[in-house]
Write a protein that binds this ligand. Structure first.
Ligand SMILES: C[S@@+](CC[C@H](N)C(=O)[O-])C[C@H]1O[C@@H](n2cnc3c(N)ncnc32)[C@H](O)[C@@H]1O
Length: 436
């Protein structure tokens, strides 16, 4: 059943919770969208939420120039609704009268009748002056690229040639990408199954396990999803398993494993490993690893523990391979998680890089001689990537880089950076180390 204004109301609530309460979109999305029964209305709420957050820095600048004075703290729900309204008018091909009238209708549902005239006036002005407004907000980099100022500056420093492409890629809608379970089928065969199910898709140039869908669909529509034939995972994340040079009989540690995307891929690549130990410090997220492995029909040893404190969980047997998919800023995947731009602060990078060094230091003694440790982040900031690895290599003389020799990405002093948007993929960093 269609309830007028409901998608806008739910979207504005999610935007408000991210902006004013620092909540992550991941935690909000499930419960909020579940309030909408009609699938098309649900999709609209999702689009409005992601789009508003993606373009939030730009929309805030536009709103600022349209309001005589900022709304009071108690009316920040109306502020969030105005951002959602502006997103519809400035970024979506939607009849303006519908966008305005349905947004004004939500004000009444919020019990803030007094704001109806204000919302109506602001949105009508935005509609009338849209090109002049666009031009005027382009004057500040944060509004122009819709990213925080510190983020733009850091990219300019780290990537003087590529920073604009990185910012543009961060504002795109991401494709839905599948990883085919090669222990059960192959990409060409699965592509045929998709075609038969009426789902348009194409093989990705690499990795050879990746299939890109023309349009996102619910996993319920994917043939064999619940039998483990396929998983949802960006192509960049799918590059990790092959970089580990896995072989039968090895003992493998996945140190920061949840929700288990890479754990599953490791097992699909070489199902007869001697052991896979998957650790995550977040017990609730570890449940997702269990569910994913169960769906793929694999077993692993799952531990809820701090990977940086091996004394509390390690049995003393070295690992042939260690994957450290480290906690990071996630700056390479903002197109999938636009709330990160609003939640992450410049000061977080220092704490993250200390945590990354701590994990590297703690896990290094667990690697067997001649073994491989693959360090991965979904960040584009050098402080979390090649700079961190340089510091680590300078302090550990039994560690050497094992060059990646790949056909993608930018080779850095240590490791390799896949910039967001390259071959349509997320931004990831990889460095491979071996022990003398
Ligand atoms: C980038 S995510 C891992 C994604 C996962 N590898 C995948 O492919 O699905 C990083 C994970 O590290 C976990 N984490 C953070 N600090 C940790 C620690 N000290 N020990 C273990 N896990 C940690 C977080 O809970 C989070 O699940």
């Amino acid at each position: 059943m269609k309830t007028p204004g409901q998608p806008r109301k739910i979207a504005a609530q999610m935007v408000f919770h991210v902006l004013d309460q620092g909540q992550s979109l991941n935690s909000l999305l499930g419960p909020q969208l579940a309030k909408i029964s009609d699938p098309r209305q649900r999709a609209l709420a999702q689009e409005l939420t992601f789009g508003t957050l993606r373009w939030c820095y730009r929309l805030e600048a536009v709103l600022n120039s349209l309001l005589k004075k900022p709304l009071k703290k108690k009316d920040r729900d109306v502020h969030a609704l105005l951002l959602v309204g502006l997103y519809q008018l400035l970024f979506l091909e939607m009849p303006p009268h519908a966008a305005v009238s349905e947004t004004v209708g939500v004000v009444r549902q919020l019990g803030k009748e007094w704001a109806a005239g204000l919302v109506n006036g602001v949105l009508r002005n935005a509609q009338r002056q849209s090109s002049a407004l666009s031009e005027s907000v382009d004057g500040t980099e944060s509004a122009r690229w819709s990213h925080p100022d510190w983020w733009v500056k850091r990219l300019q420093q780290d990537w003087p040639q590529d920073w604009q492409h990185i910012l543009e890629a961060g504002n795109q809608r991401p494709p839905m990408v599948l990883r085919v379970n090669v222990s059960r089928t192959d990409s060409s065969a699965y592509l045929q199954q998709l075609k038969q199910a009426g789902i348009e898709a194409e093989l990705s140039p690499f990795p050879d396990t990746a299939i890109r869908l023309e349009k996102p669909v619910g996993v319920d529509c994917l043939p064999g999803f619940y039998d483990g034939l396929v998983s949802v995972q960006d192509g960049a994340a799918q590059l990790s398993a092959s970089l580990l040079n896995l072989e039968s009989g090895q003992r493998v540690l996945d140190a920061c494993a949840a929700p288990g995307g890479k754990t599953g891929h490791i097992l699909e690549t070489v199902p007869d490993l001697r052991a896979v130990v998957a650790i995550d410090s977040d017990e609730r997220r570890l449940v997702k690893v269990a569910e994913n492995l169960q769906r793929l029909r694999f077993n692993g040893e799952l531990l809820a523990a701090d990977a940086g404190d091996p004394e509390s969980w390690w049995d003393g047997e070295p690992f042939d391979r260690i994957l450290l998919d480290a906690p990071c800023s996630a700056s390479g995947v903002v197109r999938r998680h636009p709330d990160i731009k609003l939640l992450r602060q410049a000061g977080d990078l220092q704490a993250l890089s200390q945590q990354q060094q701590r994990l590297l230091d703690a896990l290094w003694p667990l690697l067997a001689s001649g073994g491989i440790l693959l360090y991965v982040t979904c960040s584009v900031f050098k402080q979390e990537n090649s700079d961190a690895l340089r510091v680590f290599l300078d302090r550990h003389h039994d560690a050497a880089e094992l060059p990646l020799r790949v056909q993608w990405g930018k080779v850095l002093p240590v490791g390799c950076q896949l910039l967001p948007g390259e071959q349509g993929m997320d931004g990831f960093y990889f460095a491979r180390l071996t022990k003398a």
